[in-house]
Ligand binder design. Sequence first.
Ligand code: FNR
Length: 403
Amino acid sequence: MRAFGFDLRPRSPGPLLNVDDYRRAARRRLPAMVRAYVDGGADDLATLAGNRESFARWEFRPRVLTGHRAPDLATTVAGVGLDLPVLLAPVGLSGLAHWRGDVAAARAAERHGTRHVLSTASSWTIEEVAAATAEDHFFQLYPHSGETASALMERAWHAGNRMMMVTADYPVRGNREGERRTGMGPPPVLTPARALRMCRHPVWTYRTLRHRRISARNLVEGGGVAAAVESVEIQERHLSQATLDWDDLAWLRDRWPGRLYLKGVLTAEDADRAAVLGLDGIVVSNHGGRQLDFSPATLDVLPEIVAAVGTRSTEILLDCGVRRGADVVKALALGARAVLIGRPYVYGLAVGGEDGVIRVLDILKSEIERTLVLLGVPSVDALDPTSLRRRPPSAATEHGEAR
Ligand code: FNR
């Protein structure tokens, strides 16, 4: 349809070919508050941007005529064999992106032969996710008080979770001004104007009101707006762990019968301490740039952490800024056992629920496979730093700016 020379047909977004396409499609579907929650970061967003830029600082050293067949992506994390070296990171309140939230994510993960890490602040309870899935998934703990931590650990263990990661980079909530501006809080404030603006997203609004999955269901009863406000208050009061120290971690290690990982490690010193404590793994993470702004990009600190852990058996995972299969390959080449993705699967959720997460994982999987073939490396296990070299600084900057 044309009027006054303008084409008034709704513009088709075209096929969704990569994670960035999913990001744009997700942003169209979500109201401003939720967009700010999912996509925002702390303060000046320096770490958020740095997470992406760090991947552009490395380039590949491809080998030709290697004669390898289809690459093998299988790996092992926490004793669990995975078909794909990509896990789904813990994301609180994922029911804001799609009402099926954690259940959809965990089911998509197992359809891809990998695992989802359930957040303490999940929209579906530990037990509900366990009942809706066939595999034992992983659990993430915000260890507020000892009593609550004990209760959550017991529930997670009984539900079949055998790996737990303790998130340590949340001594206080990061300053996310986008969330504060749009009314996401804390505390969340729904004014009439905001409610009206939400109605521009009728599908999202209808599903959200109908299914009520916007609170942290492990912590509060109910899932509507009042429960959402209450769960944010609980998180503010109890989840922030400014007094948490290494003795607390040792206490958790002694009580948790399964594998224990520490999430939020960014220095060689802390990685060494975790290994000395006998933890099974660490997650090199800056919480997706949502906590301490100007904390380093995880890929930049990975080499010093790998060196600090040395030959000890502590597994090293990495997240933050992974958007391409090539990013996964770079992280693995520098010594990560596997990576986690946060926002990319939340975009998939927002666009298509469980199938949307499957599609995002399909995309990353085929990108990893293609990268390995072009690189001449037969499997993710065979990756090492000889596959990479640092880009000359000018090339890396230009690429970073072009993104
Ligand atoms: C998170 N993250 C997070 N981490 C955690 O340990 N517990 C949690 O409840 C949450 N919640 C959460 C909500 C949202 C909306 C986001 C985007 C992230 C951090 C998450 O586990 C992971 O570290 C980052 O998301 C990784 O960065 P990318 O992949 O989003 O760039």
